[in-house]
Design a binder for this molecule. Structure first.
Ligand code: ADP
Length: 360
């Protein structure tokens, strides 16, 4: 069986023959320009339908046919009038260029079609990713919720074992607590990502926040020095933020400083007012963080290479802390500390000190 492409070629070559016969019958009444135009149309049609090779084949055939039948002396390839050479050469060039141009245009159209297809499939891909992200968040929320109940039961049973004098109960309680923290972090993260986290921004005294931080971390710091310094007039500073969330962030930063810096070195919390915001700087004299990791530590579960594997955290602390800061129009950033160590800067909106009676 003949392939469709070959069949197409046979049809076009046949068409060239039929055209020549038709033109021959009219030869006496036709000018050479008419003949050339008809042959050019044939080349154009052949190029468009069958591609560059068919176009060039037709151009070659038409050149010979034109010369043989329509350029005097007829029936030979000789050319009597030198001007006829001009017509013949011009015909050959125009038809070859035509075949080439049609080929290029078709190539460009095909490339454009492919690009359009790619753009379409990228859009579909992006939508699928968004959907997967939504599903992941929903799954995260439901799994973390469902894990809490069995954890409560496990802890209750471990306490019973402890009461009966089984020392292994302590390990169970510790591990259950750890899982509880992870589940709580996962829940917080999914709430923050879906916008379901409640944020109560209120006029709050910096003193209340700092006092709560000191009170909450002093036990965990096991006697390590914790220096707090407030900007001038610091006791009167106020801001617009959520006290519970700001406390959560600062406790996390201080606990990190405690986890990642040498036991004897002090940890500092300094509060300052800059333009219209308050900054809370938590600084330590630990190893600091390599420049390449300084942004990545805010990604979920990311821990720089070399982080001790079992320091008790989930790798979500800084991710949640930054999102909590942003949820109350604040920011959380890292900067290397002069003289060595880390400094985390929490920035929250400051507020004017209200007149008497306005304060909650
Ligand atoms: P986790 O502490 O559970 O690993 P975090 O999100 O709180 O998770 O911190 C991410 C990583 O950032 C930590 O694993 C640690 O390598 C690094 N990091 C955080 N705080 C400090 C710090 N004060 N000094 C040095 N490295 C720190």
């Amino acid at each position: 069986m003949m392939r469709p492409r070959r069949l197409g070629w046979v049809v076009w070559v046949g068409l060239a023959g039929a055209t020549t016969l038709l033109l021959l019958t009219l030869r006496g009444r036709l000018d050479k320009a008419h003949v050339v135009l008809v042959y050019l149309l044939l080349v154009l049609g052949g190029s468009a339908a069958g591609g560059r090779r068919l176009g060039l084949l037709l151009a070659g055939a038409a050149f010979l046919l034109f010369n043989w039948f329509f350029v005097p002396p007829y029936g030979t390839f000789a050319v009597a009038d030198p001007f006829d050479w001009l017509v013949l050469i011009a015909f050959l060039i125009v038809s070859a260029v035509t075949a080439q141009m049609v080929h290029r245009l078709q190539g460009e159209a095909e490339a454009a079609r492919r690009r359009a297809d790619e753009v379409d499939s990228l859009a579909v891909h992006a939508e699928a990713l968004r959907e997967a992200d939504r599903l992941k968040d929903a799954l995260l929320a439901s799994v973390s919720h469902d894990l809490r109940t069995p954890l409560t039961t496990i802890k209750a049973l471990a306490h019973q074992l402890w009461d009966q004098g089984d020392e292994r109960a302590l390990a169970i309680v510790e591990e259950a607590d750890r899982m509880n923290r992870l589940v709580a972090d996962l829940l917080d993260l999914s709430r923050l990502k879906s916008g379901a986290m409640q944020v109560a921004v209120e006029l709050t005294a910096v003193d209340d926040l700092v006092g709560a931080v000191v009170q909450r971390v002093s036990g965990a710091l096991s006697g390590r020095e914790f220096r707090v310094s407030l900007a001038e007039g610091g006791t009167l500073l106020v801001g617009r933020f959520d006290l519970v969330h700001a406390l959560h962030i600062l406790i996390n930063l201080v606990e990190n400083a405690h986890k990642y810096s040498p036991a004897g070195s002090p940890i500092e919390l300094a509060v300052d007012v800059r333009a219209d915001h308050l900054t809370f700087a938590v600084s330590d004299r630990g190893p600091g963080i390599a420049p390449a990791e300084q942004e990545r530590i805010f990604e979920p579960f990311y821990r720089p290479p070399g982080t001790p594997p079992d320091v008790g955290g989930s790798g979500l602390g800084l991710t949640i802390a930054r999102k909590l800061a942003e949820a109350q129009s604040g920011t959380l950033a890292y900067e290397p500390r002069e003289g060595g160590g880390s400094r985390f800067l929490l920035s929250l909106p400051a507020a004017e000190l209200p007149t008497a009676g306005e304060f909650p």
